[in-house]
Design a protein around this ligand. Structure first.
Ligand code: ADP
Ligand code: MG
Length: 326
């Protein structure tokens, strides 16, 4: 049981940033409006997530850490109708299998629950006065899986992975105020006022945000909106393009290629825009249960969506007279 938990954990929890991603997604699912992330030693010593979401009832705490006990998928139809970021019910169990976890949670201000999970086992649970929300502290990640620990890279690399995922989750949720601290250093902060351009300003810079073009386009199945760079303020890496499908940050090379194609010859070879692309669609058109980390999704009508992305950007740049013949 412990071993199978550790093996399964490896699929979801590759590195400190995976823990941050899963815990922040839980905070988002819990309807938090403020999410604070604190790490020490790039997350190897400590990862702490504090939210003001709906909290967990005392009686639900033990099951929250059981694999699949909370799985929201009951039928195959549910698989195509996922409205929360989490649905597999394995993140907390996976994290608890490879680290020491302390949970402090309350569904309303007043009496809350403190729980300690060690070696995947709930060793203590008691009541305590707390404010509403959830705080999860993950200590000594991978202490019992030396093979995994060996693959963890330098602290600066791991911290960059953490910053990258917090940035993307914040860009996907401008209505949530995020902070990320490494020790006492504030690494990022977003306002959480619901404005995407303001969120971009918080993450990159006010100058970058102001220089971007807003775009929007739709057809019968898809709606795409967001912000993207002018052709003359591009980057040398594709990593500054964030793709969100119904509020979920995903990776999809074809869609990014289609988006870039909208720039035509205006984009120099090896240059890429900085962009945030929000795609809204009927959940029935997307299957998010392709991979445990849920970052790869299967889309119906992907070619149609690709076309929409290309034409939306081409027309938007055309309106700026950037592509005279478009
Ligand atoms: P999943 O998100 O796939 O349901 P997780 O293992 O990530 O599975 O979380 C298990 C359950 O614990 C969630 O379904 C949710 O009910 C509860 N939970 C986890 N984190 C939080 C949180 N920050 N606030 C409220 N509930 C939470
Ligand atoms: Mg989850």
């Amino acid at each position: 049981e412990t071993l199978s938990n550790q093996i399964a954990a490896g699929e979801v929890i590759e590195r400190p940033a995976s823990v941050v991603k899963e815990l922040v997604e839980n905070s988002i699912d819990a309807k938090a409006t403020q999410v604070d992330v604190v790490v020490q030693d790039a997350g190897l010593k400590l990862i702490q997530i504090i939210d003001n979401g709906i909290g967990i009832e005392a009686e639900d705490v033990p099951t929250a850490f059981l694999r699949h006990a909370t799985s929201k998928i009951l039928t195959t139809r549910d698989l195509f109708n996922v409205h929360t970021l989490g649905f597999r019910g394995e993140a907390l169990a996976s994290i608890a299998a490879v680290a020491d976890v302390t949970l402090a949670t309350a569904t309303e201000a007043g009496l809350g629950t403190i729980a300690h999970i060690q070696g995947g086992k709930l060793i203590d649970q008691h009541s305590e006065g707390l404010r509403q929300g959830t705080q999860i502290s993950v200590k000594n990640l991978f202490y019992n899986t030396p093979a995994r620990l060996k693959y963890v890279q330098s602290q600066s690399t791991e911290l960059n992975h953490i910053l990258d995922i917090v940035n993307r989750l914040a860009l996907a949720h401008p209505e949530i105020a995020f902070t990320l601290k490494n020790g006492n250093n504030l690494v990022m902060k977003t306002a959480g006022h619901g404005d995407l351009q303001q969120t971009i300003a918080g993450i990159y810079s006010v100058g970058v945000a102001k220089s971007m073009l807003d775009f929007s386009g739709s057809d019968l199945d898809f709606k795409v909106t967001g912000y993207t760079s002018l052709p003359d303020t591009t980057r040398a890496s594709r990593n500054y393009i964030s793709l969100m499908v119904n509020g979920r940050y995903i990776k999809n090379f074809q869609l990014i290629k289609a988006f870039i194609a909208g720039y035509g010859s205006k984009l120099m070879v090896g240059r890429y825009p900085l962009a945030v692309i929000n795609i809204e669609l009927d959940p029935l058109l997307v299957d998010v249960n392709v991979h445990p980390t849920k970052q790869e999704v299967r889309l119906s009508k992907e070619d149609q969506l690709s076309n929409l992305l290309t034409t939306t950007i081409r027309e938007r740049l055309g309106r700026e007279n950037l592509i005279p013949d478009a």
